[in-house]
Design a protein around this ligand. Structure first.
Ligand SMILES: C[S@@+](CC[C@H](N)C(=O)[O-])C[C@H]1O[C@@H](n2cnc3c(N)ncnc32)[C@H](O)[C@@H]1O
Length: 210
């Protein structure tokens, strides 16, 4: 997308090193599990697919994946990756886990059939860059599965925009407009968009690379 260096990952790496021991206790519950499962089930035929999970975190998606795909998970925070490694072992999930930056992916073009971006696009400081990187490593015809919180174009949401100043370095952004992000990334097109959680603040989105 650009030759400039991506923004620093250090603040979020520090933040998620702090959150790692309590992340599951904060995030994982019956409602969020249902939302994850719904997201994964939106796409069929995982068998034999090369799947990349960007910002895999502690691996909360792993129990929902059909284990006949080839999985790779990346994250910038070693403490989160360690939790994902333990979860993968517990569930017998065959996944290659590695450190990597969503805004500068360590993969070749067209390397994956499917990309899972759960709670990462609205986390990174440059979502458009992360989305373009995902599109770059996705093969033509492949899909990007997104689950995250987005504002709608023109939505004022003053509280969320104000909160963003605080939250963007601590955990996540709250001011990302999905449509603006997609507009900066030529290639993938929107094929599905449905409300997921909290009155549609969180959305299930599928993009396809034509
Ligand atoms: C909100 S958590 C989501 C984790 C997981 N996807 C989930 O659904 O539970 C965000 C994750 O993104 C990781 N992360 C933040 N910035 C990143 C970046 N630039 N590249 C890769 N991972 C990043 C954090 O370490 C953290 O594990």
């Amino acid at each position: 997308m650009t030759d400039e260096h991506p923004p620093s990952t250090l603040p979020l790496r520090r933040a998620y090193t702090f959150w790692a021991p309590i992340y599951d206790a904060l995030i994982d519950n019956r409602a969020t599990r249902r939302v994850r499962q719904r997201s994964i089930e939106l796409l069929r035929d995982w068998g034999g697919k090369r799947v990349l999970l960007i910002g895999v975190g502690s691996g909360l998606d792993l129990p929902f994946l059909p284990y006949d795909g080839t999985y790779t998970g990346i994250d910038i925070t070693p403490a989160m990756l360690e939790r994902a490694r333990r979860r993968a072992q517990r569930w017998g999930c065959p996944i290659r886990l590695m450190k990597g930056n969503a805004m500068s992916l360590p993969f070749d073009d067209d390397e994956f059939d499917r990309i899972v971006m759960h709670l990462i696009l609205a986390v990174v400081p440059d979502p458009a860059r992360a989305l373009c990187e995902a599109a770059r490593v996705l093969r033509p015809g492949g899909e990007i599965l997104i689950l995250d919180k987005f504002l709608r174009p023109g939505q004022r949401a003053p509280l969320r925009r104000a909160l963003n100043v605080l939250t963007r370095r601590l955990a996540t952004r709250t001011d990302v407009v999905f449509e603006d992000t997609l507009a900066q990334c030529p290639g993938p097109t929107l094929v599905h968009d449905e409300p997921a959680f909290l009155g549609g603040w969180f959305r299930h989105i599928i993009l396809r690379k034509e």
